[in-house]
Design a protein. Structure first.
Length: 123
């Protein structure tokens, strides 16, 4: 049986692609299938709020899926229409920076110089 090609960039009225929805609803298996069938540009498509699927992961504090997206080319510096990156969204949720770096980037941080991060987090 031959299957029809599906357009993975189709959006709903909020501009969300199937990958946005999989990330928002924490459907890691579905997201992984979609990610493996998409190119980097498709993976970084914006919804009407200017958010990428990676922003959806940050909103839901889904670090495992976020790391998977980043490893496959998701733009971790993308900003939404409010100029929020995934770091901004996560800190709004009350996650401390040390935990955030571990959750989303798998980085183990011993000491952080707040002067380096202050313009990115506050600004």
């Amino acid at each position: 049986m031959k299957y029809a090609q599906v357009d993975l960039t189709l959006t709903n009225k909020m501009g969300k692609t199937p990958l946005h929805l999989a990330c928002a609803n924490e459907k890691a298996n579905v997201a992984a299938i979609l990610i493996n069938k998409m190119n980097i540009e498709q993976m970084n498509l914006l919804d009407i709020q200017g958010r990428t699927p990676l922003h959806e992961c940050a909103e839901n504090i889904n670090g495992i899926l976020a790391r998977y997206l980043i490893r496959h080319g998701a733009d971790e510096n993308a900003k939404d229409i409010r100029e929020n990156t995934i770091l901004h969204l996560s800190t709004e949720k009350g996650i401390e920076i040390r935990s955030l770096l571990l959750i989303f980037f798998g980085l183990q941080v011993i000491k952080i110089d707040s002067r380096i991060l202050s313009d990115r987090i506050v600004g």
